[in-house]
Write a protein that binds this ligand. Sequence first.
Ligand SMILES: Nc1nc2c(ncn2[C@@H]2O[C@H](COP(=O)(O)OP(=O)(O)OP(=O)(O)O)[C@@H](O)[C@H]2O)c(=O)[nH]1
Ligand SMILES: [Mg+2]
Length: 466
Amino acid sequence: MFVDDTIVAIATPIGKGGIGIVRVSGPKAKVCASKIIGTVPKNRYAEYVPFKDFDNNIIDRGIVLYFEGPNSFTGEDVIEFQAHGGPVVLDILMKEILKIHGIRIAEPGEFSKRAFLNNKLDLAQAEAIADLINSNTEQAARFAINSIEGKFSKLINKIVDDLVNIRAFIEASIDFSDEHDIDFLSEGKILEKIKLLKDEIYKIKDQARNGSTIQEGIKLVILGKPNAGKSSLLNQFCGKDTAIVTSIAGTTRDILKESIQIDGIPIHIVDTAGLRETKNKIEKIGIEKAWNEVNNSNIIILMIDGTVSSYDNIEFYNDVIERLPEKIPLTIAINKIDKKNHNYTSNIDMFRSIAENNQSQRTINVLSVSAKNGIGLDDLKATIKDSVKFTASTEGNFIARRRHLDAIDKACIHIDESIVQLEEFSACELVAEELKMAQESLNLITGKFTSDDLLGKIFSSFCIGK
Ligand SMILES: Nc1nc2c(ncn2[C@@H]2O[C@H](COP(=O)(O)OP(=O)(O)OP(=O)(O)O)[C@@H](O)[C@H]2O)c(=O)[nH]1
Ligand SMILES: [Mg+2]
């Protein structure tokens, strides 16, 4: 990549600290070193020197590091000044550097973007840097470093290579089918290869789902009738009184959100207004908001008050279930077990029987809890973890984003379709076309062919100086 301008930014966080780093990358890096320390330092050696302004006054004294391109993070000449970590001293240093013609302040993520454009890392690796910096759990950080090290990209590149080979094989068999006796397709070799590839990509898909769960977390929405104990459950989950809890039906109106972790998985819990027919304008809006939260959730907990008659509860359940998307796993929590109410057993029996006779695609779990006293909370957590199909393994973990999952999903669809075309219609051209589309989709992950728009979107979410 050819760039004219040199960029500079403070790479350490804003605030006071022992050390603050100002990083410069681009063709003027050496000029910058000459202006600030009077010389170009030796490549890859740490030197303790005074940093000076244009009038030769010492601004600070610190370590300077020079990384000659292309052996630097960005692939360009890079100079790093490690000064004392005070906002004012770093500001003075920045001001002096910005006096040099051709040097400007870096945009967010611009160092990483240059590293990507200079082929120092691919897009999945660059994104993983931001994910490592932003990780909130140890597991997320460990997954992210694996992606930076190229674990994810390697798997994707292997599939892409295989796709290229199979396509070449098919095209050869189309081109030479008249001249040669060997018919690759009828020998089943290609089908075998594609099926192997399919197994591999589905495995990667599971791993990527784990990676995205760790990165983005899962959204859990608590639904139920007024007074069922939804807010009590939210409070119990996060260990504090986030929500107001009263015995007045219709206490919660607004959506309340809290994030917790279950074994390192971020869970974003949403407490909602109790669902019922109401004329109250405020409550109505609250109920509408509750339904809006449902569609993009990963899990729903339906809170049922076990002390209410099962007749009332089934009526409510039948109304609600119609509106819940089948793909979202449902956990029915029968609450207030501590009350030892005579209705409790019939509620449990009824909902267990619903779960056992469930004919739909939906996963349904039924649990006994007391939101007030925390009874059954561990079982509830285990069920949540099971529902998202998260399987932590010691190897093969990497961080992934929604966009990576979408690309893999798309590739899977094309690979499945290629098998159909081959098995049912022996349509070689269409098989090749499907495989090509699978390949293109996977290339989006590593950024082999990526639009400027997407790059802009990805890198602008990075922090400044990275
Ligand atoms: N004994 C007992 N009482 C509970 C339990 N869970 C909730 N409650 C009580 O039930 C009442 C309603 O609890 P909330 O948590 O406010 O119920 P909610 O579903 O959020 O209600 P709305 O916000 O009105 O929709 C309160 O008086 C709680 O103390 C429980 O497990 N056992
Ligand atoms: Mg509530």
